[in-house]
Structure formats: structure tokens, C-alpha cells
Design a protein around this ligand. Structure first.
Ligand code: MTE
Length: 324
């Protein structure tokens, strides 16, 4: 999966102000007064930020409240979304062709509530929460991202899966007009992923619909994408249109395309090296003073990405070197 990454220019001071805007509105207003409105306009009008609608009534949670989020600019311009290109900078430039509203999700398999659902049937605004999670990419870099989403367990419960549902499978939109790189066999399309039912029901797992208090930018997987913080980022399938409850372990794109490198479980595990590189350390992209992964500070990678206390029990008795 490691495809050549491209350095991204240093964050401008105006872009850093965007984060203040979100995390400290008062501080933002004070600095805005000092800078003058003209200084703010380019930042608020940038394609990544200006288009996103703020989400209302999002419940703050204690998840990650001590963590310092990576800057908005890094989170929304350093992306993997192969349907829009293979460089980190491609999705933010190209994903404008995706139309996230209206959106239909098809639910099938072993559940009482199956069929076609609208976005509003799946995402209930009163269930929105903010969770600040550490995210670790298999390529060896990480970010801290303030997601807005609904615990996946709440969505699953409404769909009433039967006891035959052992796994849940997800599929990304397949549409060559909206996702132009699907015209090329870079990966088997559509992108697919899956979780074991207990992983899907775990309180840490969310269906995210936004970042930094606003609607999900297209490049991050609008209108809804999976977030499983103890697994490598590629489990976080974007722009989901199909959910199915299945009995057998479903395919996942990267383990189908390179099975010796990427397993179904994909738990962050510093003890299991990628065949081509070590997974013991990672570069934490903060976004401050430039956000190329190349120059980011190296830190030790933690088992389950630091969420061992919460999730280790899910894998008790399993050989995690075999089930990587
Ligand atoms: N989902 C789809 N449909 N297509 C992709 O290429 N890339 C995955 C994952 N979800 C991908 C995807 C990978 S490799 C990563 S690291 C994360 O999305 C990146 O999410 P982010 O760009 O929001 O940080």
C-alpha cells in the first residue's frame, strides 16, 4: 500500500487560525480582530474548509479530550482515497466530483431491517458525538482526528441483526463518474471492508459523518465512513453505500489485493512487522510547522494504537501474529 508520498507545503498562519476557530472561538475572535477580516477570507474560502456545514448539537465526549488534534489542514489534505488518486494530495483536489447528498444505503443479509435507507434513516442527529481519536496508518504515520459520528452499535441495533450475523461487511460507492479512478484497476473496485460483529459493536467504533465539528469533507469519506481507532487506517472504509450482515468473514480490499501484507484483522501491532518495514514506530503528523510525514516526530507505536485497555479482550486467546 505504500505509494510514494508527496510533501505538502507548510501550513500557513491563516490555516492554523482555522483550528483556533474550532477549538477556541474566543481566542479566534480576538486574533481575527488583530489580523483584520481580509486575512481570514482566504482561509475560510479554501476548498477544504469553506464548503463544510457546521454540525449542530454534537455531544462532546471524554474520548481524547486530552489529545492535541492534528491541524484541520493536514487532516483534510493528506489523505488516502484511491478512488480519487494515489498521492496524498490527490483526494482534496479531485473529490469534488463526489455527490454525498442525497445518499442511499442498502442493508442486506441476516437482519430484520433490510432494504434501501436514506442517510437520515441511518444517521440520527441526536446521536451525534465528537470523539478525538489517534489514527495510525499502516504506512507508518499517524494523526489525531476529532471525528463527529454515531456509535456503530446504535446503527446496528436499529437494523436488528439476527444471531446468524457473525460479521458486518461494508462497500464504498461504485460510480466511475463520481469516482474517476475507478476506471483504472488500481484496486479491485468497489473498495470493501469488514468487521467481526463484536468489533463492530464495540463502543469505540463509530460511523463518522464529520471532522472538526463540520460535515465530512469529500476527501475524508463523505457522507459517512467507518472509524475503528485500534486498527490501521485502511479499515476505515469511506463513502459507504452497502452494509450487509453475514455469517462468514467478508473480503477486505487490501487483504484481497496483497494477502501476505494485509490481514483481515489489521490491528495496530508493533510486534508484527509489515513484510517491507517495521511497525515499531510512527511519525506523528501534528500539522504544526509543515505536515509532511517525512519531518514529523517519531514516536513508539503502541499495541492496539494505545486502545489496548479497551479492546485487548476482543482478541483473548487469538494468535495475533497469525491473525494480523
Ligand atoms: N476507503 C476507500 N473507499 N478508498 C480508499 O482508498 N483508503 C483507506 C481508508 N479508507 C481508502 C478508504 C486508507 S489506506 C486510509 S489510511 C484511510 O482511509 C485514510 O483516511 P483519511 O484520508 O480520512 O485520513
Amino acid at each position: 500500500m505504500l505509494i510514494k508520498t508527496k510533501n505538502i507545503s507548510d501550513a500557513k498562519s491563516s490555516e492554523i487560525v482555522q483550528q483556533d476557530f474550532y477549538y477556541n472561538r474566543r481566542k479566534f475572535l480576538t486574533s481575527a480582530a488583530g489580523l483584520g477580516c481580509a486575512a481570514l477570507l482566504p482561509a475560510l474560502g479554501s476548498p477544504a474548509f469553506g464548503a463544510q456545514k457546521p454540525l449542530k448539537n454534537v455531544q462532546k465526549t471524554a474520548w481524547g479530550d486530552k489529545l492535541q488534534p492534528t491541524t484541520f489542514d493536514a487532516v483534510t489534505t493528506y489523505n488516502n482515497f484511491y478512488e480519487f488518486g494515489t498521492l496524498k494530495s490527490d483526494p482534496s483536489k479531485n473529490a469534488h466530483t463526489l455527490k454525498p447528498h442525497p445518499w442511499t444505503i442498502e442493508v442486506s443479509g441476516h437482519a430484520d431491517k433490510t432494504g434501501k435507507f436514506s442517510y437520515g434513516d441511518i444517521i440520527k442527529p441526536h446521536q451525534l458525538e465528537e470523539r478525538i481519536y489517534r489514527m495510525r496508518c499502516v504506512e507508518g504515520w499517524s494523526m489525531v482526528i476529532p471525528w463527529v459520528g454515531v456509535p456503530l452499535a446504535k446503527i446496528i441495533k436499529r437494523l436488528e441483526p439476527t444471531s446468524k450475523a457473525k460479521y458486518i461487511a461494508f462497500e464504498t460507492l461504485l460510480d466511475r463518474q463520481q469516482m474517476p479512478l475507478q476506471k483504472f484497476p488500481i484496486l479491485p473496485w468497489p473498495y470493501v471492508e469488514g468487521l467481526r460483529m463484536d468489533e463492530a459493536m464495540h463502543p469505540l467504533t463509530i460511523m463518522a459523518i464529520g471532522v472538526f465539528g463540520s460535515e465530512m469533507p469529500n476527501q475524508n469519506g463523505a457522507p459517512m465512513r467507518l472509524v475503528v481507532p485500534w486498527k490501521y487506517g485502511f479499515k476505515g472504509i469511506k463513502s459507504i453505500v452497502k452494509i450487509s450482515f453475514v455469517e462468514k468473514q467478508p473480503p477486505s480490499t487490501w487483504s484481497v489485493s496483497t494477502p501476505h501484507e494485509y490481514g483481515f484483522y489489521s490491528n495496530v501491532n508493533p510486534e508484527v512487522d509489515h513484510p517491507r518495514w517495521s511497525q515499531k514506530r510512527e511519525r506523528l503528523i501534528t500539522g504544526e510547522g509543515g505536515f509532511s510525514a517525512l519531518f514529523a516526530k517519531k514516536i513508539e507505536t503502541k499495541m492496539f494504537n494505545g486502545y489496548a485497555e479497551e479492546v485487548a479482550g476482543l482478541y483473548a486467546g487469538m494468535d495475533l501474529k497469525k491473525n494480523f
